[in-house]
Design a protein around this ligand. Structure first.
Ligand SMILES: NC(=O)c1ccc[n+]([C@@H]2O[C@H](COP(=O)([O-])OP(=O)(O)OC[C@H]3O[C@@H](n4cnc5c(N)ncnc54)[C@H](OP(=O)(O)O)[C@@H]3O)[C@@H](O)[C@H]2O)c1
Length: 278
């Protein structure tokens, strides 16, 4: 991917810099707002440039921070290099990385093209690791920094038909965070996996499951803002795994502690409602 031009003037500041992937909507936009509100400059990464520019204008105007838009398609292997080049060319370093970009593939594995699965893995797994690998050495050298990986309560699921790679990718985000924390906590870098359940964003619209998701009881839903507040508070207080909301904590406890023979059929029956045939 070529070096992408950005829309904001280059103004190096001393404020910490938070890079948020998937900042054009939902949980990512809420992370960007929350970090800007806390006085951080922000780098907004996603594909939809108009959305990013709109949010950047809002954040600069409302909070007086630098909001840098870096349009990028994270399914492409060279996206992380291009993003980091852009930031380095401004003389900036990433202090906070939020690996949030993601999407759902609700169909059964064999019904989906390999290209779609590969894009999913590039966005959710490979490029989240690539960005982390790119920013971590400077965080370690400065003995400060934060990495938040957006996982899901499905990281604890026993697996179900449809969304085949999703729990695997979210388990990866969880285990990656746990191992990384073990490596870098003593060097001043805080790592957190946030594991939301149903969250009101554009996620289900994007995957074509919005109509079925409307059937999920209202009490099971969380707002993107609540997910983000829990994630940032947890990260700042040194929590490695954050599960926002009592209902999600309960769901995770059931998945972890119920015997497999009981939990698996319940999860699979529930998941079948949100599976898409074609
Ligand atoms: N909503 C939920 O119920 C829920 C629950 C648990 C976990 N999560 C996780 O939360 C994260 C954020 O999702 P969301 O709920 O906020 O959904 P969303 O509103 O659909 O946002 C997804 C974001 O990911 C970006 N994205 C998707 N493909 C991309 C690509 N190829 N390159 C760059 N950016 C890409 C999208 O931006 P562009 O389309 O502009 O590129 C968008 O900003 C995801 O990792 C998701 O798995 C969501």
């Amino acid at each position: 991917m070529p070096f992408m031009p950005t829309t904001q003037p280059d103004r190096s500041e001393n404020r910490p810099l938070a890079l948020v992937t998937g900042a054009s909507s939902g949980i990512g936009a809420a992370f960007a707002r929350a970090y800007a509100q806390r006085g951080n400059d922000v780098v907004l990464v996603a594909r939809r440039v108009d959305r990013l520019n709109h949010l950047a204008d809002e954040l600069a105007r409302t909070h007086g921070v630098d909001a840098i838009t870096v349009p990028a398609d994270l399914s492409e292997a060279d996206a992380p290099d291009a993003i980091l080049q852009n930031i380095t060319a401004r003389g900036r370093k990433v202090d906070i990385l939020v690996n949030n970009a993601g999407f759902g593939v609700p169909q059964d594995f064999a019904r989906v093209t390999w290209e779609r699965h590969r894009d999913f893995l590039m966005v959710s797994v490979v490029n989240a690791c690539a960005l982390t690998r790119a920013v971590l050495p400077a965080m370690i050298a400065r003995r400060r920094g934060a990495v938040i990986n957006v996982s899901s309560i499905t990281a604890f699921s026993p697996g179900a038909a449809g969304h085949t790679l999703y729990p695997a990718a979210k388990s990866f985000a969880l285990k990656f965070s746990l191992s990384l924390d073990a490596e870098v906590r003593a060097q001043g870098v805080r790592v957190t996996a946030v594991c939301p359940g149903f969250t009101r964003t554009e996620f289900h619209e994007a995957s074509g499951t919005a109509a079925t998701m409307e059937q999920a009881p209202r009490r099971f839903w969380t707002s993107a803002e609540d997910v983000v507040q829990a994630a940032i508070a947890g990260n700042e207080s040194g929590k490695v795994v954050v599960i926002p909301g009592w209902h999600n904590k309960l769901a995770v406890a059931l998945m972890k502690y119920l015997p497999d023979g009981i939990a698996t059929p319940i999860i699979r029956a529930g998941a079948a409602r949100y599976r898409v045939e074609d």
